[in-house]
Design a protein around this ligand. Structure first.
Ligand code: SAH
Ligand code: SF4
Ligand code: F3S
Length: 480
C-alpha cells in the first residue's frame, strides 16, 4: 500500500529533565513519500535528530532542515522528488538572502538508487542518505554544516536499529494509539518489475528481543494497535527463547501476550511466505485483526511467470481458501499491476476473473512503470500507455465496486472500533474497524484509545458511519 503524504507528528518540545526548550533548538520538516516503511523510517529519523536539538515542524517555511524521504517504486514517484528539489532550491536561496540557513537532505529509496546523481542534478542538496544508513544522518548533517556534501548509501554492516535512539514516552503518546513497527527489511524475491531488492537490499529480520522491546515501549506510551512492517513481512524469521526457529506466526503469538496491546496487524505479505503457523495465528489470535494484504499482481499464469512471482493463480486461490477456512471473517486486500510487458487482453481478462473469484475488501492497482535496472525494463512487448489506462480504469471500477459491497455487508452489524483521533465535526471521533475501515462515530475525546462497540449505520466512499451501542459479548460480530 503506497501513499504520498507528509507525516504529521506533533512537535514535542519537552526535554528529558522536564524543561521545555532545547539548546540550539532547530526545526526539521520531513516529507514522506512511498510506503509505510518510509513513514516508520521518518519517525525514527525524527527521533535520531531530536538528540541534536531538532524539533519537528509541519511548516516548511520555518525549517532549518528539510528532509525528503523518497520512494522509487514508479517513475512518477521518483520524478516528484526532483520537482520538489527544484522548489526547495528556490526556498533555500530566499532564506539565505534573509540570512537564514536551510539544509536539504534526501533519504529513502531514491537516495539509495541515485546516490551521487542527486548531488549532480540538485546542487542545493546537502546530504543523501540511503535507508540502511539513516542512523548516521545526524553525523552527516554535522559534516554538511562544515561545508561537506555527504552521500552515504552503502549497506551498513552495523545494525542501524542498535544505533537509533528510542522515542521518549511523551513523543509516543503524542503520535497516537496506533503505531508501525518494522520487523523485516529488504527483499530477495526479485519480481521482474520491482526496484525494492535494489533499493532496500536483501532480506534482514530484526531480533525477537529488539521487536518485543520496541512493542513494550509503544504500549507503555499508550499504543493499542501495532502494525508490523516489512517489504516481505511474512519472510520474517528469528529465534525463540530456546533457540528454536520462529516464523512471523510465532512472533505474533509472542506479541499477543503483551498486556494492553489490543490489536496486531502486519503488512506486506508475499503469498509464498504464508506458512501454516501464520495461518494458525489468524485462527487463534483475537488480537490479530481479520485483515490481510496479500498482493497477487496479476491473474494470468503467463504474466505471473514473467513477473517471477513464483506461484500460479490456482495456488493463490487455494491459499486464500485455506486462510478463509481458518478465519472466515477475514477481509482481503491486494495490489495489481496492469500492462506488464506482454500482457494481452486475455491476460487482463484473467486478472478480472481472479478479482471476481476473490472478492477483495480493498485493493491498490497501478499501471506498470518501467524501472531502469529491473529485468522488466529489458522486455520487448511493452504495452502502450492508452491500453494500460483503459485496463486500469476497468480494474479500478471492479475493485471499487467490491470495496463498496464489502462496506455494505458491515451495515447493521455491531463491530469493535478502536477510537483513534478527533473527526472533522465537533463531537465526532474517527476510529478503525477490525477490517481497517475508518469509522465516524460520536464519542468523547477522552475515549480515544478505547475499543468500543459500534453499530454500523451507513457508508461513504472511504469510510463507515456508526453509533455507539452497549452489547454483550455474544452479540458481537468480531472481537478485538
Ligand atoms: N513486497 C510487496 C510489494 C511492495 S511494492 C509484494 O511483493 O507484494 C508495492 C506495490 O507496488 C507492488 O505490490 C506492486 O503492485 C507495485 N509496484 C511495484 N513495482 C511496480 C512497477 N514497476 N510498476 C507499477 N507498480 C509497481
Ligand atoms: Fe518487490 Fe516482489 Fe520484493 Fe514485493 S516481493 S518487494 S514486489 S521484488
Ligand atoms: Fe517506495 Fe522504497 Fe517503499 S521504493 S514503496 S519507499 S520500499
Amino acid at each position: 500500500m503506497i501513499k504520498d503524504s507528509a507525516i504529521t507528528i506533533a512537535p514535542e518540545t519537552k526535554l528529558r529533565d522536564g524543561s521545555s526548550s532545547r539548546p540550539n533548538s532547530r526545526k526539521v520538516f520531513i516529507k514522506t513519500y512511498g510506503c509505510q516503511m518510509n513513514v516508520y523510517d521518518s519517525i525514527r529519523m525524527s527521533d535520531a535528530l531530536a538528540g541534536d536539538g531538532y524539533e519537528q515542524t509541519e511548516d516548511m517555511e520555518e525549517a532549518d532542515l528539510v528532509l525528503l524521504n523518497t520512494c522509487h517504486i514508479r517513475e512518477k514517484a521518483a520524478e516528484k522528488v526532483y520537482s520538489a528539489l527544484g522548489r526547495l532550491r528556490d526556498m533555500k536561496k530566499r532564506k539565505a538572502a534573509d540570512g537564514r540557513e536551510m539544509m536539504i537532505g534526501v533519504t529513502g529509496c531514491v537516495a539509495q538508487a541515485e546516490g551521487e546523481e542527486i548531488l549532480r542534478r540538485a546542487p542545493a542538496v546537502d546530504v543523501v542518505i540511503g535507508p540502511q544508513t539513516y542512523h548516521r544522518l545526524p553525523e552527516a548533517l554535522r559534516r554538511a554544516q562544515q561545508g561537506q556534501r555527504v552521500v552515504d548509501t552503502e549497506y551498513a554492516i552495523e545494525d542501524k536499529f542498535e544505533h537509533l535512539p528510542s522515542a521518549e514516552k511523551s513523543k509516543i503518546k503524542a503520535r497516537g494509539v496506533t503505531a508501525f513497527l518494522t520487523v523485516q527489511e529488504g527483499c530477495d524475491k526479485f519480481c521482474t518489475f520491482c526496484v525494492v531488492p535494489y533499493t532496500r537490499g536483501s532480506e534482514v529480520s530484526r531480533s525477537v528481543a529488539q521487536i518485543v522491546d520496541e512493542a513494550l515501549k509503544l504500549v507503555d506510551g499508550g499504543v493499542r494497535e501495532i502494525t508490523l512492517l516489512g517489504q516481505n513481512v511474512n519472510a520474517w524469521h528469528g529465534k525463540g527463547p530456546r533457540g528454536e526457529e520462529w516464523s512471523l506466526g510465532d512472533l505474533l503469538y509472542r506479541l499477543a501476550e503483551i498486556p494492553g496491546l489490543a490489536r496486531l496487524r502486519y503488512t506486506t505479505s508475499h503469498p509464498r511466505d504464508m506458512d501454516d503457523r501464520l495461518i494458525g495465528a489468524h485462527r487463534d489470535l483475537r488480537t490479530l485483526m481479520p485483515y490481510l494484504h496479500l498482493p497477487v499482481q496479476s491473474g494470468s499464469n503467463r504474466i505471473l511467470k514473467a513477473m517471477n512471482r513464483r506461484h500460479t493463480t490456482a495456488e493463490y486461490l487455494a491459499l486464500i481458501a485455506k486462510i478463509r477456512a481458518a478465519r472466515p471473517d477475514i477481509a482481503l486486500s491486494g495490489d495489481f499491476i496492469v500492462g506488464f510487458p506482454g500482457e494481452t487482453d486475455q491476460d487482463f481478462e484473467d486478472t478480472l476473473r481472479l478479482v471476481e473469484d476473490v472478492a477483495y475488501a480493498q485493493a491498490f492497482s497501478f499501471k506498470y512503470s518501467t524501472r531502469p535496472g529491473t529485468p522488466g525494463a529489458e522486455l520487448k512487448d511493452q504495452v502502450p500507455e492508452e491500453i494500460k489506462a483503459q485496463r486500469l480504469e476497468r480494474l479500478q471500477a471492479l475493485l471499487l465496486k467490491q470495496q463498496h459491497e464489502f462496506a455494505e455487508t458491515c451495515v447493521g452489524k455491531v463491530v469493535d472500533v478502536l477510537l483513534e483521533k478527533p473527526g472533522r465535526m465537533p463531537g465526532q471521533i474517527i476510529g478503525r474497524s477490525p477490517w481497517l475501515q475508518s469509522v465516524n462515530v460520536d464519542a468523547k475525546a477522552s475515549q480515544i484509545g478505547d475499543i468500543i462497540n459500534v453499530r454500523i449505520t451507513g457508508t461513504s466512499t472511504n469510510s463507515l458511519f456508526g453509533e455507539v451501542v452497549q452489547v454483550s459479548d455474544t452479540q458481537r460480530s468480531s472481537t478485538a
